[in-house]
Design a protein around this ligand. Structure first.
Ligand SMILES: *Cc1c(COP(=O)(O)O)cnc(C)c1O
Length: 480
């Protein structure tokens, strides 16, 4: 493979992207001073137009992306999002409207927010939503702030939040930032909440439990209702991390399981590309008891007119400018309306089916710590390969050679050497089979020829990096 040269190496003094005809008027020298030239970078590259185009096109083609092939990182990181939703979010009226415009001039935008709220209420069984939080983790923090505000009004914000060890890592951090101390609840052998451990820890000092459902093992918390009852009986509230709603849509509703507050990740389940660090949205849904504390402004409607309600005296205030990341809400609504209720259900059913197809096809070759059937993702480990000196990173790197993006590695923490696979609903059977084929080939290589795994990837643009050195001594500047 030819190594792409750095743009600095292509540079040649005097090369330029364009050239004007010779001047037939006197040159205006003062203009030269105004040509925007970056001088903060030493030896700023000088290249022709075609060199720039080809350089960056070649670079873009060295990257693996969700438009190119299977991406087992799943909805949690990057699921394929239908292009139509992007197109709709690019409609001129959406992108040029200004949040300061009078509500009378923004009726369409407000209708989008209100309609999305109504649709998500139906999907989740909650009573009201805010779209302000920009991400899942911010949604969690907002959820905890709502719970604290409610508890404070009752007279005591309480001290602790209970979090199962299979929860997402952002949960304890959100509780902590909201001023709560975290107590960990154990998982049982099926990878779900140990109800005895929960009962032993639940008392009048506990404000809430935060349950990731399905949890980070991809296992449905089938005793969430019982868990909610235990927490409610002692005056606590139930927060559900609903980032993985991709597995539940149209099948069951958190609002029917005793959940008081939940966040969704529009940039995971509902069609905003995730992983590029771009804007996202972590709307928070609540039951009636928490509604008065939701962030302002709230979008409401009366007689077909949409209006903005800032008069919410118990509100925790603003957590984002204006209404949150509006265009993300547009994409989510486009996604939901284009699928319809049956379509949404089919998304979840297919996501779960695809994941279980992979789990069953690979369970002989790869160790599963938990035998419980999973929903939208399954967590293998490298335990069987370890005897040949092969670990999850070698498997992941070898997948790159075989044209597959590696799955999530070393997460969740309760599975050592984890390889968490989430195919999502969009992969065809042929694509799932090619992933399974690649994983089987690697399992065989581990037995027969582990060296090839230890030195992988071989066919990629960049070979195996020294990740420790890259993290400790990052080189972010070109030094000739
Ligand atoms: C992704 C994720 C989060 C955090 O969401 P961000 O938008 O990345 O902040 C929280 N919980 C779970 C279960 C997740 O998958």
């Amino acid at each position: 493979m030819i190594r792409e040269r750095l743009i600095f190496e292509i540079s040649d003094k005097g090369k330029n992207g364009f050239r004007f005809p010779k001047l037939d008027v006197p040159e205006n020298k003062s203009l030269n001073d105004r040509i925007p030239m970056r001088d903060s970078i030493k030896d700023f590259p000088q290249v022709s137009e075609v060199e720039v185009v080809r350089h960056f096109t070649r670079l873009s083609q060295t990257n693996y992306c969700v438009d190119k092939g299977i991406y087992p990182l799943g909805s949690c990181t990057m699921k394929y999002n239908p292009k139509i939703n992007e197109r709709i979010a690019q409609i001129e009226n959406f992108i040029t409207s200004h949040p300061f415009a009078d509500p009378e001039m923004s009726q369409g935008n407000l209708e989008v927010l209100k309609t999305l709220e109504d649709v998500l209420r139906e999907v989740t069984g909650m009573d009201a939503f805010t779209f302000q939080p920009a991400a899942g983790a911010q949604g969690e923090l907002v959820g905890m702030m709502l719970i604290r505000a409610c508890m404070e009004e009752r007279g005591d914000p309480r001290k602790f939040v209970l979090i199962p060890d299979s929860a997402h890592g952002t949960n304890p951090s959100s509780a902590h930032i909201c001023g709560y101390k975290v107590k960990e609840i154990k998982s049982n052998d099926s990878g779900t909440i140990d109800l005895d451990d929960l009962s032993n820890n639940m008392d009048k000092d506990v404000a809430a439990i935060m349950i990731t459902n399905p949890n980070t093992l991809g296992v449905f918390e089938n005793q969430i209702k019982e868990a909610s009852e235990v927490v409610h009986s002692k005056g606590g509230l139930v927060y559900m991390d609903g980032a993985n709603m991709n597995a539940l849509m149209g099948i069951c509703r958190p609002g029917d399981m005793g959940v008081d507050a939940i966040h969704l990740n529009l940039h995971k389940t509902f069609s905003t590309p995730h992983g590029g660090g771009g804007p996202g949205a972590g709307p928070v849904g609540v039951k009636k008891i928490l509604e008065p504390y939701l962030p302002v402004p709230r979008v409401k409607n009366k007689d077909d007119q949409y209006f903005i309600d800032e008069d919410c005296p118990k509100s925790i205030g603003r957590v984002h400018s204006f209404y949150g990341n509006f265009l993300v809400a547009v994409k989510a609504l486009a996604y939901i309306l284009s699928l319809g209720p049956e379509g949404l259900r089919e998304v979840s059913e297919t996501a779960v089916l695809n994941s279980n197809y992979i789990r069953k096809s690979l369970e002989k070759e790869y160790h599963l710590k938990y035998k419980t059937p999973t929903l939208h993702e399954c967590v293998f480990s490298d335990k069987y390969q370890k005897q040949y000196g092969v670990s999850n990173i070698d498997i992941a790197k070898r997948l790159i050679d075989l044209g597959v993006h590696p799955p999530t590695m070393s997460f969740p923490l309760i599975v050592h050497g984890a390889l968490m696979t989430e195919p999502t609903e969009t992969e065809s059977k042929a694509d799932l089979d090619s992933f399974i084929e690649a994983m089987k080939q690697i399992a065989e290589e581990a037995r027969e020829d582990p060296g090839i795994l230890k030195s992988a990837p071989h066919n990629s643009y960049v070979r195996r990096l020294d990740e420790t050195a890259a993290a400790r001594n990052p080189k972010l500047r070109w030094e000739p």
